[in-house]
Design a protein around this ligand. Structure first.
Ligand code: M6R
Length: 607
């Protein structure tokens, strides 16, 4: 996600902001920029690509010694990663500038309102809408503080935002709603940033801002208020001892762990602006530009393939769309029959996977529409697909894909509902069940993750000497089992195979003995009775079983790993982090390189 730094104090602020942005590089970005006041003029300098491009631009300019500055690294969500869309954004009258992280869900509605009041827009971003909204707030209320507070009451979504005025650049305001924001308290200088590393070189005194808070800094003072009522809020100053690397991981030992724990937030971000909760409708305008496919070919690799296979079940049963699952490296060399009315859905976190990209090109050559489901804006797959739907998961740094799969599943589920709706097949009770369940999911997941981790840790230690594992499931549990096995082998180098539980007796069961444990997905859903009987077969051969299941399930296995009751198929969003955490804890306990497993690359750009 984007990186933000705001500084006001006694040092040259522009180089300080660029240095702060460098320590936020781990968050991922595709453009960067700074705002400061020079010769009484609010000035922004922005560049596509890496911070080096911004620095080169700044070197060619005669920058005065500004002592206040806002800086931003942008991870594109709305609008391509080009200079025009980079932050900071100035209001239409150029009186103020903002840097923003997050998504303004109702930006289109706000944009229409602001346009009718004469505001213009120079970019395609939701952030510029927020900027003009604050300017309108200042106009209506007479001050930046009140104007920002008013804007906060109008904007829906998740954000952290900083704003600076041309007329008074030595005071910077910020507001937080569900995106990280911290205040750094220095001597004769203060900072607000997305994360602590941005200012760790100058101060270790930190105030953690909470949702719904507004912050004001100048060189010598700071204050925090309720963003809506402007009532002052007392905040505690913490002294932190972390080094920069630990701070980048937000205190987590590994990026993988941090990313697993980000999943509640990821679900919220995926749904942002894509669900009308009142009407219980999915809003995926990108998809609406193409007809509902008569037949769908899902093409992907690795974890993205598993996400696609999970969605196959929903597309078939909800929208009655015949789906074929295709491993990209196979699809590209088969003579696949593609016909009129077909659609190819390519899934890729990075948007750069060579085989998936090749498959996309083959489909396009044959005139078949391609929908790309990607996380990285502006990636090759995103650019070349006829329609791109973004997962909005934020950058994934750990090589092992975790939150990306969660985001893919969330968006795929919405696609299934949307296609079912368009075919008039969406059953009213399913609609209510899914919308109610989706609304509750992020909080439930957030509450459960610490306990799931504790269980994972305990089991990982107990099974740390196993040399092989089966992962079994049926229905949507089968692709999850494949993902569980993939995670375990790539992280801990323990041999693991994901199988459809019903296939066991066609060969693999011969391997079962007391040293060969089985990990099963046996939730209280339509597949339970069948999985249960497959597990009895395993136990009859003295096999040891860990089963992810629900309270009160009628299952007798060595380890019942109980997850809360969640409606099908949303229950998968509980199973996924359990599998991820089991692998994470196994690898960590065995001393493996969790974030960079051997022989693997984050983005597989060669065949
Ligand atoms: O970027 P993509 O989603 O296209 O990558 C596909 C696979 O290489 C990827 O999912 C891989 O399997 C994961 N890193 C495994 O954790």
């Amino acid at each position: 996600m984007c990186g933000i730094i705001g500084y006001t104090g006694h040092r040259p602020a522009v180089p300080l902001a660029v240095k702060g942005l460098k320590s936020l590089e781990y968050r991922g970005y595709d453009s960067a920029g700074v705002a400061f006041v020079q010769n009484n003029k609010l000035t922004t300098v922005r560049a596509e690509g890496k911070l080096g491009n911004l620095e080169s631009k700044l070197e060619t300019m005669n920058i005065s010694i500004a002592t206040s500055c806002m800086g931003h690294t942008r991870w594109a969500t709305h609008g391509a990663p080009i200079e025009r869309n980079a932050h900071p954004h100035k209001s239409w009258d150029e009186s103020l500038a903002i840097v923003h992280n997050g998504i303004i869900e109702n930006y289109q509605e706000l944009k229409d309102q602001l346009s009718s009041k004469g505001y213009g827009f120079r970019s395609e971003t939701d952030s510029e809408v927020f900027c003009n909204l604050i300017a309108e707030g200042v106009k209506q209320t007479g001050s930046l503080e009140k104007g920002l507070s008013w804007a906060v009451t109008q904007a829906e979504g998740a954000y952290s935002v900083l704003v600076m005025e041309e007329s008074n650049p030595n005071v910077i305001y910020g507001a937080r709603c569900a995106c990280p924001f911290v205040l750094g308290v220095g001597q004769g200088e203060n900072f607000v940033a997305s994360d602590v590393p941005a200012f760790l070189a100058y101060t270790r005194n930190v105030v953690f801002l909470d949702d719904g808070e507004l912050v004001r800094i100048d060189a010598n003072s700071w204050e925090v208020k309720n963003a809506r009522t402007l009532e002052p809020i007392e905040k505690e100053v913490h002294h932190i001892e972390w080094d920069v690397q630990a701070a980048q991981k937000d205190g987590y030992k590994h990026f993988m762990l941090k990313e697993i724990f980000e999943q509640p937030r990821v679900v919220t971000d995926c749904l942002a602006g894509r669900v009308d909760w009142q009407k219980q409708e999915v809003l995926l305008p990108e998809l609406g530009t193409l007809p509902v496919p008569k037949r769908l070919h899902i093409v992907a690799c690795g974890t993205s393939f598993n996400a696609g296979m999970w969605a196959q079940h929903l597309f078939e049963s909800w929208a009655r769309i015949p789906v074929s699952m295709e491993i990209a490296s196979e699809f590209r060399y088969r003579d696949v029959i593609l016909e009129e009315g077909d659609m190819v859905l390519v899934i890729s976190q990075s948007g750069e996977t060579a085989d998936t990209l090749a498959a996309l090109r083959i489909a396009k050559e044959q005139g078949i529409p391609v929908v790309g489901l990607c996380n990285v804006v502006g990636s090759s797959i995103a650019r070349e697909s006829n329609v791109t739907v973004y997962t909005q998961a934020g950058p994934e740094i750990s090589v092992a894909s975790t939150k990306a799969m969660c985001s893919q599943m969330a968006v795929l589920l919405l696609m299934g509902l949307s296609w079912a709706e368009r075919k008039n097949l969406l059953d009213a009770s399913l609609r209510t069940e899914m919308f109610d369940g989706l609304r509750k999911l992020p909080n439930l997941l957030e509450a459960e993750l610490p306990r799931i981790r504790e269980d994972a840790k305990r089991l990982a230690r107990e099974y740390s000497s196993a040399r092989s594992f089966f992962f079994l499931g049926r229905g949507v549990g089968y692709p999850l089992a494949m993902e569980g096995a993939l995670k375990l082998k790539e992280l801990s180098y323990i041999h693991a195979e994901g199988y459809a539980a019903g296939e066991m007796k066609h060969g693999p069961i011969a391997l079962i003995d007391p040293e060969f444990p089985t990990f099963a997905i046996a939730l209280n859903d339509q597949f339970f009775a069948k999985v249960k009987s497959n597990l009895e077969e395993v136990q009859a051969r003295a096999g040891d079983v860990i089963a992810l299941t629900n309270p009160n399930s009628d299952l007798s296995v060595k380890h019942k790993w109980v997850l809360p009751d969640v409606t099908y198929p949303l229950s998968s969003f509980m199973v996924l982090p359990a599998l991820q955490l089991f692998s994470y804890e196994s690898a960590d306990y065995l001393g493996k390189d969790v974030d960079q497993p051997r022989n693997l690359a984050k983005s597989v750009t060669v065949e």
